[in-house]
Design a protein around this ligand. Structure first.
Ligand code: SF4
Ligand code: SF4
Length: 348
């Protein structure tokens, strides 16, 4: 009897007003590409710097780009601990610390916008899953039973790194950062990627293949920096907000969300996984139904996020430069002595 009675279909909500064309994603991709280009430029300049000292000054000279320290977040965390416990700013590699300040501020104010708007690895991940979608017509999501524990991996990695830094006494941190390994930890990182063994190449190839089919595989499951910034973004002033009165329950936002968040079922999205990318807002057809919201439900347009991210990034880096803390000034002699022997220094 019960099976014969069709359950009443929920009335389809009417679209009150169609949203105008959204340009937020064009803007976001431009910011991402700009930052990617900046990192490529830093990489090339740093490579030339290393080669100059490796070859005893026989190749073209390039000065050390301090921005390379953005790739050394653990050294930045160590410097942060020294700063907090002694009140003294580091003389070596302070740029990494200022970059950490900038990225933390960006993540606190604009959700995890470092990941969605700046990070070059995030940008490459995004291009990979878009390519994968073109190749096979769709991306895949891991089953929930695998997805949830795997998402925990990045927090475990972050916890291990934080524990290592917290457990290290200030004197030991100073010995490490001011010693040969610490002075050229950036060169060690470059060498790690330059002389990647077979196992390393295999791991990178696996990550690339996984990123083709699963959206943001590295960011979602493995990136400890993203985990740290995600934790900070949980206290963000901004959130994605859905106005249930204007929403027509089409679920386009949830389908568009690269972080696989159930945007269509929540009123406010404050998840640590949300990168503030605004893909969901761009996909929403109902004007006013979904928006990035500041306190008191004030709408925040994409251009304000781009401008805010740029002001914080350039402002913090500019301040470090202006106060003389940006560049690490070591005599050439030190680099001539250390860089050709970089592979001989082992992690203490
Ligand atoms: S909820 Fe929206 S802003 Fe947050 S990650 Fe998903 S698509 Fe991006
Ligand atoms: S995209 Fe999401 S918020 Fe917009 S109308 Fe559809 S379900 Fe509602």
């Amino acid at each position: 009897m019960a099976s014969a009675m069709a359950s009443p279909r929920p009335a389809r909500k009417k679209l009150v007003k169609r949203a105008p064309p959204d340009r937020s994603q064009r803007l976001r991709r431009s910011v991402q590409l700009l930052f990617l280009a900046l990192n490529v430029w830093i990489g090339v300049q740093f490579y030339l710097f290393v080669r100059y000292y490796e070859t005893g000054g026989r190749t073209v000279f390039a000065s050390r780009p301090a921005g390379v320290e953005g790739w050394l977040p653990i050294a930045a965390l160590m410097n942060l601990k020294v700063l907090l416990l002694t009140g003294v700013l580091p003389v070596l590699h302070a740029a990494g610390l200022f970059l950490l300040f900038a990225f933390v501020a960006i993540s606190w104010i604009f959700r995890k916008a470092f990941c969605g708007w700046l990070c070059p690895v995030g940008t490459l991940s995004e291009y990979l899953w878009r390519l994968g979608r073109r190749m096979v017509g769709r991306n895949f999501r891991l089953p929930r039973a695998a997805d949830i524990p795997m998402r925990g991996l990045k927090y475990i990695l972050m916890g291990l790194f934080l524990f290592a830094v917290v457990a290290m006494p200030v004197a030991a941190i100073r010995d490490f950062l001011d010693g040969p390994f610490g002075i050229i930890d950036d060169v060690k990182m470059l060498n790690f990627f330059r002389f990647l063994g077979l196992a390393g190449i295999g791991v990178v190839a696996l990550l690339v293949i996984a990123s083709l089919f699963v959206q943001n595989f590295w960011c979602r499951y493995l990136c400890p920096y993203g985990a740290l910034l995600g934790g900070i973004s949980s206290a963000s002033l901004l959130a994605i907000r859905r106005d249930a009165g204007l929403c027509i329950d089409c679920a386009r936002c949830a389908r568009a969300c690269p972080a696989a968040l159930p945007v269509d079922r929540l009123v406010t999205i404050r998840s640590a996984e949300c990168t503030g990318c605004m893909e969901c807002v761009a996909a929403c057809p109902a004007e006013g139904a979904l928006f990035l919201s500041a306190p008191r439900r004030k709408r925040v347009p994409a251009w304000a996020v781009a401008a805010g991210v740029a002001v914080l990034f350039l402002g913090v880096c500019g301040y470090a430069r202006w106060t003389g803390h940006w560049n690490t000034n070591l005599p050439s002699r030190t680099y001539f002595e250390l860089i050709p022997h970089a592979n001989e220094f082992q992690h203490p």
